[in-house]
Design a protein around this ligand. Structure first.
Ligand code: NAI
Length: 283
């Protein structure tokens, strides 16, 4: 049974995941680098809850119950009695490994370690610990308060017991999990990012305009959003990074990043976050 959850990284993903866990009755502790970051994150969480209350989507009692389940810290020591540690820090393998190595010495032996990584090998991070059987990928989608999917990813050594606990937990907190064996990009990004890359190649070849490529996939495949607008939303740097990981892991030329994608990243056109990508967001 998972009742105490220690979330490392109260950023975009960690904060939403923590909120989902707290709403499901779990005791959640957020750990981030400074009190300032934590104060900002908690203000954001509060604001989000207030909005839901104002819209009539949540009552005051639920909001109070969520907040009562949450605490914050800048230390790792309070992870000692956690049943689950969920990591959602920067996407850097060395930083993640250092963190888990330290946690391995702090947490109780039965504590499960989960990472929300979108591209790094679960087995590789698990190797920094002495509990690879209790190490697993728990990949949420953005925004985690809304998106139903969780990819529950087995590393090489993940035990069936660990898998079942995390899979059941995902369902318990109101998500709809799938089982995935480890492989670059897992399921969603493995299919999605090469599709986006292909759309960029179609644009680069001058076969259709950006507007028409997106229109084609919306009207022809019933996608809610076109691939180029989606690339702008995800961030072109992130899309490129993921393509490069696929290529590095497989040496398969089908994962060659579009030249235009690389050029746009080099030129600082990263999508919504810089105001310009395939579409202009400055107006
Ligand atoms: P973010 O940059 O919004 O948040 C990361 C947080 O971790 C920051 O608040 C930072 O201060 C904190 N942090 C960094 N090192 C730390 C440490 N050693 N201890 C405690 N806190 C630390 O990043 P975001 O977008 O939430 O991504 C986090 C993870 O989730 C990454 O592995 C990313 O690949 C993955 N992910 C991201 C998605 C997205 O759409 N942004 C979707 C699914 C997974």
């Amino acid at each position: 049974m998972i009742s105490k959850v220690f979330i490392v990284g109260a950023g975009q993903m960690g904060l939403d995941i923590g909120q989902v866990m707290a709403k499901a009755g779990k005791k959640v502790t957020f750990r981030d680098m400074t009190d300032e970051i934590l104060a900002k994150s908690m203000a954001k969480l509060n604001k989000g809850l207030d909005k839901q209350v104002a819209k009539g989507k949540m009552d005051e009692d639920t909001k109070a119950a969520i907040l009562a389940n949450i605490s914050t810290t800048t230390e790792l020591a309070p992870a000692a009695d956690a049943d689950l540690v969920l990591e959602a820090i920067v996407e850097n393998v060395e930083i993640k490994k250092t963190l888990f190595k330290e946690l391995d010495g702090i947490c109780k032996p039965e504590c499960i370690f989960a990472t929300n990584t979108s591209s790094i090998s679960i087995t590789q991070i698990a190797a920094a610990t002495n509990r690879a059987d209790k190490f697993i990928g728990m990949h949420f989608f953005n925004p985690a308060t809304v998106m139903k999917l969780v990819e529950v990813i087995r590393g090489l050594h993940t035990s069936d017991e660990t898998f079942k606990t995390v899979y059941d937990l995902s369902a318990e907190i109101g998500k709809d999990p799938i089982e995935v064996k480890e492989g670059p990009g897992f399921v969603v990004n493995r299919i999605l990012i090469p599709m986006i890359n292909e759309a960029i190649m179609v644009l680069e070849e001058g076969l259709a305009s950006a507007e028409d490529i997106d229109k084609a996939m919306k009207l022809g495949c019933n996608h809610p959003m076109g691939p180029l607008a989606l690339a702008d939303l995800i961030g072109l740097d992130t899309c490129l990074h993921i393509m490069d990981v696929f290529y590095a892991e497989t040496c398969d030329s089908k994962y060659r990043a579009a030249r235009l994608l690389r050029q746009m990243v080099r030129g600082g056109k990263l999508g919504r976050k810089t105001g310009v990508g395939f579409f202009d967001y400055t107006k």
